[in-house]
Design a protein around this ligand. Structure first.
Ligand code: DGL
Length: 274
């Protein structure tokens, strides 16, 4: 048993979609969440910059005495090298391998789609992992940078019809070639995309299985903690939130991603000190 918190980080607040999944699966765990709201977005930045930011984010979480670290961010998970992760003093998990494994189990046709930020798609992280897991896989990858802005501005599933109409137009524009490739499995490779799963699912059709990386990673983290004897022993865990910009609109945005925001404000920290 280990009652230290789980550390979760993301470029901003999108990673709270991962926290939502963790809370469902591991309700007794304490979570420390860091959202780099002062430097978001990561998805349009260079490899070097994302790496430097990820190292600082991890250093901050380690300073909070976490027992393991989950990068909820698709962009960081695609960039931070496994060799470096292996040298950290606590277990580290990104979302790419969990989501790829789940996609490998789901596909029948071996035709798999991947969508994510520009940096995620440019890194080829999903293709490299999927090709190892699914020999002969046909992968169609597409960067969908506008999705992040749409989600952050509330153009999500369940929004008023005119707003959803705008999102549907963008979905059609980005995903036309992915749909035409005849895939049967689509990885929603960015923290924000699960909030568009309804509209994306409608566009792709019922034969396509959508994979939520945050959910897949939460399942794997559950197993990892169980396997290493690191689960918490308390009744109900708490989540503490840290951000790198002023937390003014935190409650509103956190609610969007977390679905069931349960109190507590965010504390601002200076990430440049890490
Ligand atoms: N959290 C990022 C991801 O999952 C999306 C937002 C960003 O570009 O920073 O890739």
């Amino acid at each position: 048993m280990d009652n230290r918190p789980i550390g979760v980080f993301d470029s901003g607040l999108g990673g709270l979609t991962g926290v939502r999944e963790l809370r469902k699966r591991l309700p007794s765990e304490n979570i420390v969440y860091f959202g780099d709201t002062g430097r978001v977005p990561y998805g349009s930045r260079s490899h070097e910059t994302i790496l430097q930011y990820a190292r600082q984010d991890i250093a901050f979480l380690l300073s909070r005495n976490v027992k393991c670290i989950m990068a909820a961010c698709g962009t960081v998970s695609s960039t931070y090298p496994p060799e470096e992760a292996a040298k950290l003093p606590v277990p580290y998990m990104g979302v790419v391998s969990s989501a790829a494994r789940r996609a490998a189990r789901a596909t029948r046709s071996r035709k798999i789609g991947v969508i994510g930020t520009s940096a995620t798609i440019r890194s080829h992280s999903y293709e490299l992992t999927l090709r190892r897991l699914v020999p002969g896989a046909e992968i169609t990858a597409k960067a969908c940078p506008l999705f992040v802005s749409l989600v952050e501005n509330g153009y999500v599933d369940g929004a008023p019809p005119q707003m959803q109409q705008v999102t549907r137009l963008v979905i059609g524009q980005y995903l036309e070639e992915v749909r035409a490739a005849g895939i049967d499995t689509l990885i929603l490779g960015c923290t924000h995309y699960p909030l568009l799963a309804g509209m994306i699912g409608e566009y792709m059709g019922p034969a396509v299985t959508l994979i939520d990386p945050g959910r897949a990673a939460a399942d794997d983290l559950d197993q990892l903690l169980a396997g290493k004897g690191l689960r918490a022993s308390r009744e109900r865990g708490r989540t503490r939130f840290y951000v790198s910009d002023v937390p003014d609109s935190f409650i509103h945005t956190a609610d969007l991603f977390l679905g069931e925001y349960r109190g507590g404000t965010a504390e601002q920290i200076c990430i440049d000190q890490y």
